[in-house]
Design a protein around this ligand. Structure first.
Ligand SMILES: [Zn+2]
Ligand SMILES: [Zn+2]
Length: 101
């Protein structure tokens, strides 16, 4: 499997918590509620037509990296994303509690 990454800089308004998010090219989820949107086939390509909201269902810590697992509420696709330094720590901690880690 080849992984492609396209850097797309864009601002968006989170459809879950209505926060206006300023994109930096790597933003693929809302830093406040951690919800994402199903728009990529490969990260950043915006080539997927689903556009369903992706719910953060699990947080994993893997060698100093925080991995957020998202599941699309529309088609059920599961994706893993690295967290971002701008992500809300309290949202991540709340997710960890939910995932019983
Ligand atoms: Zn949000
Ligand atoms: Zn989807």
């Amino acid at each position: 499997m080849t992984k492609k990454f396209t850097r797309t800089i864009e601002n968006f308004t989170c459809q879950q918590c209505k926060t206006h998010v300023t994109g930096n090219g790597y933003t693929n989820h809302c830093p406040h509620c951690l919800w994402s949107k199903h728009v990529d086939i490969n990260p950043g390509d915006r080539a997927h037509s689903c556009t369903g909201l992706m719910e953060p269902i699990q947080i994993n810590i893997q060698s100093n990296e925080t991995i957020i697992t998202h599941q699309c509420t529309k088609c059920g696709t599961i994706k893993k994303n690295k967290n971002h330094e701008s992500d809300s720590t309290s949202a991540i901690l709340a997710m960890m509690k939910k995932s019983h880690i």
